[in-house]
Design a protein around this ligand. Structure first.
Ligand SMILES: Cc1cc2nc3c(=O)[nH]c(=O)nc-3n(C[C@H](O)[C@H](O)[C@H](O)COP(=O)(O)OP(=O)(O)OC[C@H]3O[C@@H](n4cnc5c(N)ncnc54)[C@H](O)[C@@H]3O)c2cc1C
Length: 375
């Protein structure tokens, strides 16, 4: 049976970053991705420039969308429009994640797409983990010293460790409509609609990716009703003339609690519950968790300590922030008045200044000390 130091499940942001850094650190690493790559992942694919520091590489221009996003327009419940400027990275997750997979492979990780984890069990005699994989109907078993579950919100690794963290039914979904045609919208602006009638969870969004306008939202109940209402509003307000070429939904049964794993099984990114709905992003936390998981494994190997404990320690500050932001988010969305208050000119001015300063400071800070945005 093939033996690896680290087996990483999931070729998204978290898994690819972890596999790359594990291989760079000299660990014999296997990275498996369930789908044939490049695979689609429902995601807006927007991040700030500090994200390049987290993944450890400048993103080549051809991996980004043709249109750059460098303006933001926030529309408040009372229809105030707040405008700002901030350079963002705009990419399709299929192209981007496939590039990340190749970076992991270039660093020495063995990468297999079309390969799923189906189960794992402890091998007590050797103190290893037997990882059961399936590749195009063929079953294969490998041994791992560490198992990394970076397998997203529907994580099998987490389900095995903590089935109680999953509900029987998905409580909601995000929905994206992809529209091609004419629109009285700016191709370089990310539009964020903070209106509970369009999005009771976060904000509803509109932006351009190459030739496609993405018009989307998320809701705990009746997400399609929200998506249709929002699309019709955008269509009328911005004079959309053309057609919807694709509708895409994403739902999960994972409850929103953070769990980072146990013993030599570590959970990363969405599998660990690291999405931050207050900030409306998850890829930065996913990349960071990939780095810190490898740091924890390295420490555990050097000191003979438990990797999950070291990982929990490294992640402490970030987990606290996610939990605080979840509470802020609940408060902010409790009514349109609260939402309007959170977007008051004073708060926005403070937020804008924070963003400007953080953006400058982030240029010199090391990856683990970065100020994540928006604040
Ligand atoms: C609609 C939407 C918009 C978003 N927009 C943004 C945004 O603009 N910016 C941002 O920062 N974040 C955004 N997010 C959040 C972001 O998409 C996630 O936080 C991020 O993808 C998490 O990365 P990950 O690597 O943990 O998981 P994923 O990207 O989900 O990757 C998990 C991978 O594991 C694979 N996998 C699953 N099961 C198995 C298995 N059994 N065996 C092998 N492989 C498996 C999957 O196929 C997948 O490739 C958005 C999310 C949604 C739903």
């Amino acid at each position: 049976m093939e033996k690896y130091d680290v087996v990483v499940v999931g070729g998204g942001v978290a898994g690819s970053v972890a596999a790359r850094f594990a291989a760079k650190s000299g660990f014999r690493t296997l990275l498996v991705e369930k789908f044939k790559t490049p695979r689609n992942k429902p995601c807006s694919g927007i991040q700030f420039q500090y994200f390049e520091k987290l993944i450890g590489e400048k993103i080549p221009r051809e991996k980004l969308c043709r249109n750059e996003l460098f303006k933001v327009e926030i529309i408040t419940p009372k229809d105030k429009v707040l405008k700002g400027r901030m350079k963002m990275l705009n990419f399709w997750r299929s192209t981007f994640d496939s590039w990340l997979n190749s970076l992991a492979a270039d660093a020495g990780a063995e990468f297999h797409d079309n390969t799923s984890l189906i189960d794992f069990v402890a091998d007590k005699t050797e103190g290893k983990i037997i990882v059961k994989l399936s590749a195009e109907g063929e079953h294969r078993e490998v041994k791992a010293h560490y198992l990394i579950g970076a397998d997203g919100m529907l994580s099998r690794v987490r389900k095995k460790l903590r089935p109680q963290d999953f509900d029987k039914k998905a409580s909601g979904a995000t929905v994206n409509y992809y529209f091609v045609g004419e629109a009285n919208l700016d191709p370089n602006t990310l539009y964020m609609f903070y209106k509970r009638e369009f999005c009771p969870l976060m904000f509803a969004w509109v932006y351009l990716k190459d030739d496609k306008w993405v018009i989307g939202t998320g809701a705990n109940e009746n997400p399609l009703e929200y998506a249709d209402r929002f699309f019709n509003y955008v269509k009328e307000k911005y004079g959309l003339r053309g057609q919807i070429v694709k509708k895409e939904g994403f739902s999960s049964t994972l409850k929103s609690t953070v769990f980072l794993g146990e013993g030599r099984v570590l959970l990363l990114g969405d599998a660990a519950g690291l999405v931050d709905l207050y900030r409306g992003v998850g890829m930065d936390n996913a990349a960071l968790s990939g780095r810190l998981a490898v740091k924890a494994i390295t420490k555990a190997e050097e000191e003979g300590s438990e990797a999950a404990k070291a990982y929990e320690h490294h992640m402490k500050k970030f987990v606290k922030k996610i939990e605080t932001n979840a509470k802020r988010q609940m408060k902010r969305l409790s009514s349109n008045n609260e939402l309007e208050r959170s977007l008051s000119p004073l708060n926005m001015l403070k937020g804008g200044l924070h963003m400007l300063i953080a953006n400058q400071i982030n240029k010199i800070l090391p990856p683990e000390k970065l100020r994540f945005l928006p604040p």
